[in-house]
Design a protein around this ligand. Structure first.
Ligand SMILES: NC(=O)c1ccc[n+]([C@@H]2O[C@H](COP(=O)([O-])OP(=O)(O)OC[C@H]3O[C@@H](n4cnc5c(N)ncnc54)[C@H](O)[C@@H]3O)[C@@H](O)[C@H]2O)c1
Ligand SMILES: O=C(O)[C@@H]1CCCCN1
Length: 300
């Protein structure tokens, strides 16, 4: 008889999921993904259903890890919200299946999974690609991803200064209070970025908010927003000056406006760097364009 289905809520995920476990497991998952061996992992580019009336999308993200026998799907709705909207911009649920019988074993709230997984992968990109002596860390955007990125980046690295900019100053100030650490609230994106060694873009923008002429040569940018083929967070100057890394080449070719519209070539997937089949050039200006893959592992 099939096992009883369990529901794992946000609080429980928060308690169970720790960056110290997540980062090494995600490194393994990214490496496996980049081998493109369907005997190890099957993870097609997500299907996306437009919700035109609501300015949003539903993304369906299935994955099967063959050896671990883990079959999962994340379903994520994401929206372009007007400034001042109080509606959430991302909501997700993760289903875990019994691969043999096909029944659902667990339904998990995806909010914390999305916040922590995404930030952990950006931290992996920074570990591989940020300049050797990185002192200034800037976050553009002040929402949920801004906070999870702040937490994992300040836990993992030692910066001398952390800065934030958001299009509404009140959001940056709220963020700085929630961050429980020193954060400089900046009045413009340019001020926030000037001299920064590591920059994370976590905005809902569909037009560039980060411009190459502001970015210090050799800096590392983890670009997390703009997950549609016609949305941008970074301008062409930055995209063309930087060496570009992604989580998935196919995903970037289908969904990353910053890659597609700038016409740049992707240099490597993070998984290729982790596998040693491509080098990490931390001395160059680097962009990691994140779109989100589904990375599963068994909790121990
Ligand atoms: N790459 C991934 O795996 C991944 C995962 C989750 C979310 N995302 C994306 O990351 C982004 C941030 O997600 P979140 O959950 O933190 O969202 P959020 O709504 O909590 O925060 C978004 C932030 O961006 C700001 N913003 C919105 N529109 C802007 C604009 N036009 N210009 C400048 N700033 C703007 C908002 O004021 C807010 O500070 C979204 O685009 C989301 O779709 C990507
Ligand atoms: O992989 C994810 O979770 C995100 C959600 C929001 C849009 C882009 N991808």
């Amino acid at each position: 008889m099939a096992e009883q289905m369990v529901i794992i809520g946000n609080h429980e995920v928060q308690v169970l999921l720790h960056y110290k476990d997540l980062i090494p497991r995600l490194e393994v998952a990214l490496g496996k993904f980049s081998k493109r061996d369907s005997a190890e992992i099957i993870q097609p580019v997500r299907s996306t259903v437009p919700l035109q009336r609501y300015n949003g999308f539903l993304g369906l993200m299935p994955a099967y890890l063959v050896h671990e026998d883990i079959l999962c799907t994340k379903m994520v709705c994401f929206y372009k919200r007007d400034s001042g909207s109080t509606l959430p911009s991302t909501q997700s649920t993760v289903l875990l299946f019994d691969p043999e019988h096909g029944n659902v074993k667990a339904v998990m709230d995806g909010e914390v999974i999305t916040a922590k997984r995404t930030a952990a992968v950006s931290a992996i990109s920074a570990k591989l690609l940020m300049p050797a002596r990185a002192e200034v860390f800037t976050i553009l955007g002040a929402g949920q991803q801004a906070l999870s990125h702040y937490i994992v980046f300040t836990e993992t690295f030692s910066f001398k200064e952390v800065r934030v900019w958001s299009r509404r100053r009140e959001s940056s100030e709220r963020f700085a209070q929630a961050a429980h650490g020193p954060v400089r609230v900046c009045g413009s994106a340019e001020e926030a970025v000037n001299g920064a060694d590591v920059i994370v873009t976590v905005t809902g923008a569909s037009e560039p908010v980060l411009f190459g002429q502001w970015v210090k040569p050799g800096a590392h940018v983890a670009a997390v927003g703009a997950c549609r083929p016609d949305w941008r967070e970074l301008d062409d100057v930055l995209m063309r000056e930087a060496e570009v890394y992604v989580d998935s080449r196919e995903g970037a070719g289908a969904e990353a406006g910053d890659v597609i519209l700038s016409g740049v070539q992707v240099y490597a997937e993070l998984g290729e760097v982790l596998n040693g089949t491509r080098s990490a050039h931390r001395e160059k200006t680097t962009v990691f364009k994140s779109l989100g893959t589904v990375s599963y592992f068994r909790h121990q």
